[in-house]
Write a protein that binds this ligand. Structure first.
Ligand SMILES: Cc1ncc(COP(=O)(O)O)c(C=O)c1O
Length: 384
């Protein structure tokens, strides 16, 4: 048998030769849209704290107060003694924001998907998922043992073809998609997917990690067209625009009660620290009362696409697909030299041949910096 260390070293060498090795870089992130690396301050376009709430004084104070009152850790899973009094307030607010009967909070967005999907479908059932759905949707689908079919990105006709061919063979079916695609920044056609779900008696679930707080006056992609799309399972994270940590599902009372009873990542994992729950509550209060703040990240992303002369941003995320991982790494390095932090996204996070720069816009970005960034991108990357 190959010794473990040798196996790891060879695997790393192989990844390195393809420019696919990932390295953790120490980063001192400020909550105003800047970050320090190796002592150098950069303007960051690489952060999902879209509303800069992770450092908002009201959010920080709420967390401090909760630590003083409840201590640091939750001490046990929610079903044992970890269900401290703050959870009820947070779940009520989430349900109100998403216009559902109830909500259930998990340890993270990843854990939420891993808990929700296998609680609702099993080996005899069908999952039809957009091919660019987040990694945790696909991981949860596999974990459920349901038959998984992926449809071409945002291609309703392909999804319909799959359902037409397979739906009758399975007692239950779920249609899964991101609301905002995390590496592409485009939106799922939720009204069409909802109609499809009705036609094929399937349950539609969206992952709105990148929509909540920043689209539809803060209510997320389900509300972005002005009318609420019919999505019975609205999942999301508290760790991006909400600036805190955790994941959630908003749904009907009966679905949430089933999830609380069945979701293994809720049952067998410790509850969130009370301070984190308190921070999420304070952030949601800001989101609900400041629609003008929630609109700003998208306005900034649209300013960038306008300066760059590319199709208008649909969300806070703007990708620039370069294709080759090495070229993408070099492009990210050249922007860093100019004082901008922009992440190079490579396979397997994105499909082979589609390595890209991913620009993420927050409410705190200054239009002057956005214009300068667009000019540098035009000069150094698009013409280079
Ligand atoms: C679309 C999407 N879903 C789920 C997650 C996971 O959420 P969390 O970071 O809370 O685990 C992320 C973020 O990483 C994401 O982008």
């Amino acid at each position: 048998m190959q010794p473990l260390d040798q196996f790891a070293a060879e695997k790393l060498l192989q990844l390195e030769s393809q420019n696919l090795r990932r390295i953790l870089v120490e980063t001192h992130r400020s909550t105003n849209g800047t970050a320090k690396r190796s002592g150098r301050e950069l303007i960051s376009f690489a952060c999902n704290d879209y509303l800069n709430l992770s450092g908002d004084s009201r959010v920080v104070r709420a967390a401090q107060k909760a630590i003083e009152q409840y201590g640091v850790g939750a001490g046990a899973s929610r079903l044992v003694t970890g269900n401290h009094p703050l959870y009820q307030n947070l779940e009520k607010r989430l349900a109100r924001l998403k216009n559902t009967e109830d909500a259930c909070v998990f340890g993270s967005g990843y854990l939420a998907n891993l808990g929700i999907i296998p609680s609702l479908v099993g080996a005899k059932d069908l999952i039809v998922a957009d091919e660019l759905s987040h990694a945790c949707i696909l991981a949860a689908s596999k974990l459920s043992s349901a038959h998984l079919e992926v449809f071409r990105h945002n291609d309703i006709h392909h999804a319909a073809e799959i359902l037409n061919e397979r739906r009758a063979q399975h007692p239950h079916a779920m249609i899964l998609t991101d609301g905002v695609f995390s590496m592409d920044g485009d939106l799922a056609p939720l009204n069409e997917l909802s109609a499809l779900a009705k036609d094929y008696e399937s349950w539609l679930m969206t992952d709105d990690a990148h929509g909540v707080g920043v689209l539809g006056a803060g209510r997320g992609s389900t509300f972005s067209s002005g009318v609420q799309a019919e999505v019975p399972l609205q999942m999301g994270t508290l760790s991006k625009a909400i600036g805190s940590y955790g994941g959630y599902l908003c749904a009907s009372k009966s679905v949430i009660n089933l999830i609380r009873t069945r979701a293994r990542t809720l049952i067998y994992s410790t509850g969130l620290p009370p301070a984190i729950v308190a921070a999420s509550i304070a952030a949601l209060e800001i989101i609900e009362t400041h629609p003008e703040l929630t609109a700003r990240p998208l306005e900034n992303a649209q300013l960038f696409t306008q300066f760059l002369g590319v199709p208008e941003a649909e969300s806070c995320i703007v990708p620039l697909v370069l294709g080759d991982p090495e070229q993408t790494l070099r492009a990210s390095e050249s922007l860093e030299k100019e004082g901008y932090l922009v992440t190079a996204i490579r396979p397997p996070t994105v499909p082979t041949g589609t390595a890209r720069l991913r620009f993420a816009f927050t409410a705190a970005h200054d239009p002057k910096d956005i214009r300068r960034l667009a000019e540098i991108v035009k000069q150094k990357i698009l013409k280079g």
